[in-house]
Design a protein around this ligand. Structure first.
Ligand code: MN
Length: 415
């Protein structure tokens, strides 16, 4: 386990900051009326990387002038390492660049955060063993909980890049076709079973135009974000056969505003769980490619206090993002810079480590009691949902910031 790298930005040395010098996550911010621009989180500040590049203090070929990190990702791994190395040197305690850099620091509290990159395409997986078992048990019973393909294929579906929004964006409860088991006909109206899914999103940073091996897939991943795959369970239950989720997952997908790079997570690599059935060789991991990232979900009702409703860890995934990306490319599917891959809901083995309300409330049958006494089966209007995550080092944490969204009432149904 590596130690905290001390910075002359004093707030970056606090044990509870998400953004020590070991992290250096990439985001897009605006402050004081500026256009959205590339920045790097350090302690309670943001380093204005775009202006530093414009002033000749960083060399990224103009990639930081684009209002997003796609152009920088496209420059490739040596460029990724070069920028991280330069920033680390300049921000380390005792650096002679301290006076030159002070004018490039902005308080996070005074900044607005935007989408850190342009999402090229979005794919979401179903790769958490406990989640798949829990949901399968509810839908089909424990004997048929896992579909026969599940232990062989990282199952996924193609989502909508247009639906991905940055943390803090309100989410409007969807309307959709609903049909309960006892209803003769479907009706159209607001989802009554609107839910979250606690996930981590992997960002593809290098293109590929044919099948790639798991090791190459791992190298092509630029970084990770927290991801909330908002899901309307009642719409999903009616629409999902035979082609999988469609409108139930198309309302919104919220991501955290900071891209935590694969480089920052390197000390926290861990293996996927033991295989229950041998994988085909093209999916075998040549080494540990998952990460140990502690995760939690907070729910705050309107005017109330937050209850942490789940605590789990990314290491619960059965398939790593590298395996998912390798599988995604296996048909020849081209992958692009800025492709976002959702991990699938991350649930642990215990009841309090489940990553969706569907599982936490067991389909609404065992509602949760929140601090303050309100009960929840699913998300109510004006609930604020917050995902948080951090890899825990020795005296420091490599954190993701928070990934929040408030649910607003559904639009009026016309006609
Ligand atoms: Mn999902």
């Amino acid at each position: 386990m590596t130690k905290l790298i001390r910075s002359w930005v004093e707030s970056a040395n606090a044990p509870d900051t998400d953004f020590p010098l070991n992290n250096l996550p990439y985001g897009v911010f605006s402050a004081g009326g500026s256009d959205p621009r590339c920045g790097v989180a350090i302690g309670d500040r943001i380093l204005d990387a775009a202006r530093m590049e414009a002033d000749g203090l960083l060399e990224c070929g103009g990639a930081l002038q684009t209002g997003g990190w796609n152009a920088f990702m496209a420059r490739g791994k040596p460029a990724w390492a070069k920028l991280r190395d330069a920033l680390t040197k300049m921000l380390t305690e005792g650096s002679d660049r301290q006076d030159a850099l002070r004018g490039y620091l902005v308080y996070q509290a005074e900044a607005t955060l935007h989408m850190p990159f342009s999402v090229t395409e979005y794919t979401d997986f179903y790769a958490g063993r406990h989640h798949a078992f829990n949901v399968g048990t509810m839908f089909r019973g424990p004997d048929n909980a896992l579909p026969p393909n599940w232990l062989h294929i990282p199952i996924g579906y193609n989502g909508r890049a247009s639906s991905v929004v940055v943390s803090g964006t309100p989410v409007i409860r969807p309307n959709g076709q609903l049909k309960g088991p006892d209803d003769a006909m479907p009706r159209f109206g607001p989802s009554q079973r609107f839910d979250i899914e606690l996930e981590i999103g992997a960002i593809v940073g290098q293109p590929s135009d044919g099948p790639i091996a798991v090791a190459e897939a791992f190298d092509n991943i630029f970084g990770y974000v927290l991801l909330n795959d908002w899901s309307a369970r009642d719409i999903q239950a009616w629409e999902y056969q035979p082609l999988g989720p469609f409108q139930s997952k198309a309302t919104a997908t919220t991501i955290s505003p900071w891209i935590v790079t694969a480089a920052a997570l390197e000390p926290f690599r861990t293996s996927t769980p033991e295989r229950e059935k041998p994988l085909l060789p093209y999916l075998a991991e040549p080494g540990p490619m998952l990460y140990d990232i502690a995760l939690e979900v907070g729910l705050t009702p309107e005017g109330g206090v937050e209850t942490v409703v789940s605590r789990t860890n990314y290491r619960e995934m059965y398939y790593s993002a590298a395996q998912q990306l390798a599988h995604h490319s296996s048909s020849g599917c081209p992958m692009r810079v800025g492709d976002l891959l959702g991990s699938g809901t991350i649930s642990g083995p215990t009841k309090d480590s489940r990553g969706s309300l569907l599982e936490l409330s067991w389909g609404g049958k065992e509602p949760l009691t929140l601090e303050g006494g309100e009960i929840r089966g699913f998300v109510e209007d004006h609930d604020m949902l917050a995902l948080r995550g951090a890899a825990m080092g020795d005296g420091y944490r490599v954190g993701f910031g928070s990934c929040t969204g408030e649910v607003l009432p559904a639009r009026a149904v016309k006609g």
